[in-house]
Design a protein around this ligand. Structure first.
Ligand SMILES: NCCC[C@H](NC(=O)CCC(=O)O)C(=O)O
Length: 450
């Protein structure tokens, strides 16, 4: 099945927006709740993210940039009954509902693993790349994202001869969809047909499927099925597995907090899936490749679920380097956790394709529950498809320099709850984003530009 056609996995990382803050908005996400009310540093957050993007680019990987959304979302406040001009609306919200004000300021679109689900052309009936923006309806602040996400995706992948963009699923909990964070693709190499594994937390219609009891299951089976249908993925290339509800109740709010796949490797915790042995057998059985499939199962005795959640080991990126070996792109928290760092050492020396690790300081994002893998959306592309991507959203030495200058010019280095009532922050953010749309050649993607 191996073919020689060049292909690429491009990581599109979310550029952290100018209003990055800690608002404690994500019940079920331990870090988000633990850091509610902490003071954030948007400038440092954006620079940490850019440093990762640049390092990936320097390693010879294809790296893209996903622009932030315009915040505060004053239109959302208008829809909820606040009236007047922008300044008046922000003032009223600050007095009457500080929590609502926080939601409309969230820079949560930076976690682009939740932006959309992507099916590469090798997997789809019409051989196009399909995108469905996630409706993210489990959290109000995240439910504000899909329309702008679709605008951005269309500006990044503009050629409809290669790319198909679908409307997000109905904005309703039955079709709760959190995008690529609950989706991974296993294949011999990125240019081969892949097995798309969709992982759901609960079912909306089938009550015999036991979901979590404490924290919400954000992804439903029905949403995953709908996305697979929209993308017209070939029947033998799609699998639906249930996440272990017990780990959702321990803070594993997305599957990418407990498992990560790349080509013929799946790295997962022993407790990641329901009926794990059977779930993994279903993967082995459905795998289409000819290479051996490596399922690396991390035992609880070596890394507890709690350590997995606090270190974000499984929210590492797993990338294939030019020599065919794989590298784990991990958050620094993994280095500082004794059992996790010990496990990584032993995994690197074991016989599997992963033989390198690089740690990144992504603390600003980590404090809201977003690690390296949360910050990126993977898009496997052929050379022709890559050439059809808006070239201005691709990382280069020049683009990196331009973005650093842009962040330095526009971002604050301190943001607390009290700053959110200041309408100057809205103004600064709009000026910054208007300039960014020129740097990334995105056109008028934001409501305030239309
Ligand atoms: N994939 C990682 C997503 C993290 C994200 N955190 C947040 O939205 C926290 C926002 C806050 O609490 O300020 C979430 O839970 O969806």
């Amino acid at each position: 099945m191996n073919n020689n056609e060049p292909s690429f996995e491009v990581n599109f990382d979310g550029l952290v927006g100018p209003t990055h803050n800690y608002a404690g908005l994500s019940y079920g996400n331990v870090a988000s709740l633990n850091n509610a009310d902490a003071v954030s540093n948007p400038k440092q957050a954006a620079l940490q993210g850019l440093a990762k993007m640049k390092a990936m680019h320097d390693m010879g990987l294809k790296q893209g940039i996903f622009a932030p959304h315009a915040r505060p979302d004053v239109d959302a406040l208008r829809r909820l009954g606040f009236t007047g001009n922008d300044k008046q609306i922000l003032n009223k919200a600050a007095k009457e509902s500080p929590v609502l004000l926080r939601t409309v300021y969230s820079a949560s679109a930076m976690w682009t693993a939740n932006a959309a689900t992507v099916s590469p052309s090798k997997d789809t009936l019409d051989e196009k790349v399909h995108f469905t923006s996630a409706n993210l309806n489990n959290k109000f602040h995240r439910s504000l994202e899909p329309t702008t996400t679709t605008n951005l995706l269309k500006a990044m992948f503009p050629n409809n001869g290669f790319f198909t963009h679908h409307l997000h699923l109905p904005e309703q909990p039955f079709f709760g969809d959190e995008g690529a964070a609950n989706h991974t693709r296993l294949c011999d190499s990125h240019n081969d047909k892949g097995l798309e594994v969709f992982v759901y937390g609960a079912s909306s219609f089938n009550h015999s499927i036991k979901g979590p009891v404490k924290y919400p299951a954000r992804q439903t089976l029905e949403a995953s099925e709908a996305v697979a249908r929209l993308h017209a993925i070939n029947d033998n290339q799609v699998l639906f597995l249930q996440q272990n509800p017990d780990v959702i109740d321990q803070g594993v709010f997305h599957n990418d907090v407990i498992a990560v796949g790349n080509e013929n490797v799946l790295l997962c915790h022993e407790q990641a899936f329901i009926d794990q042995a059977q779930s993994l057998n279903r993967i082995r059985h459905a795998y289409l490749g000819e290479k051996p499939l490596h399922i690396i199962e991390v035992p609880t005795s070596e890394v507890s679920v709690q350590d997995a959640v606090s270190s974000y080991l499984f929210n590492s990126q797993l990338v294939t380097l030019a020599d065919g070996s794989m590298m784990l792109v991990a958050p620094e928290e993994c280095k500082n956790n004794t059992s996790v760092s010990r496990y990584i050492e032993s995994m690197l020396s074991d016989s599997n394709p992963i033989n390198n690790v690089k740690f990144f300081d992504l603390r600003q994002s980590m404090q809201n529950g977003g690690g390296p893998a949360c910050l990126r959306l993977r898009v496997a592309l052929t050379l022709d498809e890559l050439n059809a991507v808006n070239p201005q959203v691709m990382m280069s030495d020049e683009k990196f320099a331009a973005l650093i200058t842009w962040v330095d010019k526009h971002y604050r280095d301190r943001l607390s709850d009290a700053d959110l009532a200041d309408p100057q922050l809205l103004h600064e953010s709009h000026v910054a984003l208007d300039e960014l749309t020129k740097i990334l050649a995105l056109g008028s993607v934001y409501q305030f530009q239309r």
